[in-house]
Design a protein around this ligand. Sequence first.
Ligand code: ATP
Ligand code: MG
Ligand code: FE
Length: 336
Amino acid sequence: VKILAIESSCDETSAAVVVNGREVLSNVIYSQIDIHTLYGGVVPEIASRKHIEKITQVIRQALKEAGCTLDDIDAVAVTYGPGLVGALLVGVGAAKAIAFAKNIPLVGVHHIEGHIAANYIENRDLEPPFMCLVVSGGHTHLVKVVDYGKFEILGVTRDDAAGEAFDKVARAIGLGYPGGPKIDRKAKEGNPDAIEFPRAKVAESVYDFSFSGLKSAVLNYINQAHMRNEYINEADVAASFQKAVTEVLTEHAVAAAKEFKMDKIAIAGGVASNSALRASMKTACEKAGLKLYHPSPILCTDNAAMIGAAGYYEYINGTRHGWDLNAIPNLKLGER
Ligand code: ATP
Ligand code: MG
Ligand code: FE
């Protein structure tokens, strides 16, 4: 089954051709990061306009690199939520037009289901059930992947997402947008034990997360140093913050895998490319006898190949959407 997949939920315009959910023939990603960097974050209206400008070009390029035409495509998969409504609508509109013109099935895909499915692409042996830690710009979910397209959410963030915390702290120490990769790089020169930042626990729920307290602690630390005219070691702040985040993420993921008797853990989303998180997960999983999976960095952040992987399993499970498919900005994982 050859799927044309389209992703436009935030600031990447992407199209891919994926065979049977795991073999990527092409994965073209046009990132708008350079444009949004000027404003220190994603500007929704600009994102929508850029998607409109780029979508056709990106789809054409994906077909060309895959060595096929629309006549070879069996179904179109597209992200229809969650994300920015104007951005999502561009991908959904393009997907509907192609599916309608070619009279082939249209399969709407949940963006986070895509992030999780990114793990299937380079790990051909990975099959559910497994535990998945989803850490992206807008989500922090601890998910039990029961089967393809079947999820149980064990924990969520009560406030900021992990990636959001990275982005806000990066802005505070003047590293710019997007913050995650910049903190990752800066932290390599710093001492992760230099500053003791809080590891927030959520009292009522063992698997929930909270990062706003940590973010505030970092901001307070910086403000106080400024007030006292003290020098701030940015690398130490970055490394210590990163350690506080990755420690909590790792502890929760491994504890959940043990409780639910899973022998595999996958990590997904933009923050899954963080080198400290990968290292701490690797150590903890080895110690606990768990097998660890993660996509390569380009498949961790937004891309259409992951939507093609998730879309294939949805297609196999019989998911079909009509011409009334709409963008759903706050779509919940597991909802249709
Ligand atoms: P969502 O998927 O929740 O809708 P999104 O699509 O904006 O949000 P992703 O594309 O999955 O998020 O990931 C982007 C996020 O990942 C940003 O917050 C970015 O700072 C973070 N990120 C990317 N690389 C790294 C890294 N090496 N270390 C930490 N964070 C990173
Ligand atoms: Mg993005
Ligand atoms: Fe994403």
